[in-house]
Write a protein that binds this ligand. Structure first.
Ligand code: NAP
Length: 295
């Protein structure tokens, strides 16, 4: 019998990840802060709605959380009406939000006091891969817990990597996103440089895609940037959170990460322009603002 899964957080990613679990045959109970979204999810995918994380925990063996940051994970697990009020020993919590290793280890330690196991399992791939159940999932935690969670991961992801002990899934995720943000910033600057020097942008993008200037960011974001289409796949505000968390960890480790620091400034400027809910491709607006030129 598959374990009963409780899913907390039906946002851009969580909605689709929970749907992948339902498709794989898991019996699901869902909770979302905005109740109406949970009712809609159950109308579409079946399962049950819990009115609080505590009620969800009473009905689940494994709990997956997909909210935004460490304080939200703490609230839904350890706050008033939180999952730990309904938890039992040997339950497993899998947190897929990107919250950084420090918060993940702190929360894991507080759950361990109650005999509850914890894996940090942030994901990468944005909403299309969440939709298809082909996310990359990087996991920190005990090998036994990882094995127990494998069927849950297999339903939501394609590449599943056990990165090491608690927190290491988070650190891998933060470095990956900081590199992605730095690539996106460089791409935006390259496009604006092309426009400013009168280059044919079709030719530029075609050559970069075939050469050393190529990247996943070029493939995914050059088109939306050129169209100034910031339809949200991954919110700029969330990318800023990830780069900030990465810089906090790398500064504590005494190591520079200049590309991430530069991307952090551009994302901050994007927030200042009211683009927090837009896709992070909107950091282009900050680059254009500095250059005084539109693509
Ligand atoms: P989102 O669309 O903003 O969804 C956030 C979810 O968290 C919603 O269900 C929201 O509930 C819930 N939430 C927010 N504040 C809460 C609170 N105080 N208490 C309880 N629940 C709360 O975000 P997302 O894009 O799905 O991202 C979720 C996580 O995945 C983030 O850590 C993000 O960095 C990471 N991530 C995102 C992507 C991506 O491409 N989108 C890719 C990889 C990783 P309401 O419905 O009530 O607002």
């Amino acid at each position: 019998m598959p374990e009963r899964v409780g899913f907390i957080g039906l946002g851009i990613m969580g909605w689709r990840m929970a749907a992948s679990l339902a498709r794989a045959g898991f019996e699901l109970t869902v909770y979302n802060r905005t109740r109406e979204k949970a009712d809609r999810w159950v109308a579409e995918h079946g399962g049950a709605v819990a009115s609080s994380p505590a009620e969800l925990a009473e009905r689940s063996d494994v709990i997956v959380t997909m909210v935004v940051d460490g304080s939200q994970v703490e609230r839904v697990l350890l706050g008033e009406g939180g999952a730990m009020e309904g938890a039992r020993e040997d339950q497993l919590v899998i947190d897929c939000s990107t919250i950084g290793p420090t918060a993940a280890r702190e929360i894991a330690a507080r759950l361990a006091e109650r005999g509850v196991h914890f894996l940090d399992a942030p994901v990468t791939g944005s909403s299309p891969k969440a939709e298809d159940g082909t996310l990359t999932i990087m996991v920190g935690g005990a090998p036994d817990d990882f094995e127990r969670a494998r069927p849950v991961f297999a339903a939501m992801g394609e590449l599943i990597v056990h990165a090491g002990p608690l927190g290491q899934g988070q650190m891998v995720k933060l470095i990956n996103n900081a590199v992605a943000a730095a690539n996106a910033a460089t791409l935006a600057e390259g496009l604006v440089a092309g426009r400013a020097t009168g280059v044919d942008l079709d030719a530029l993008v075609e050559v970069m895609a075939a050469g050393a200037g190529g990247s996943a960011m070029l493939d995914l974001k050059a088109g939306p940037m050129r169209a100034h289409d910031y339809t949200t796949l991954f919110k700029l505000e969330h990318m800023l959170k990830d780069v900030r968390l990465c810089l906090e960890e790398t500064q504590a480790a005494g190591t520079p990460f200049a590309g991430a620091a530069h991307a952090h400034q551009l994302l901050t400027a994007g927030m200042g322009r009211g683009l927090g809910d837009a896709d992070f491709a909107a950091l282009l607006e900050a680059v254009e603002g500095l250059a005084g030129k539109r693509l």
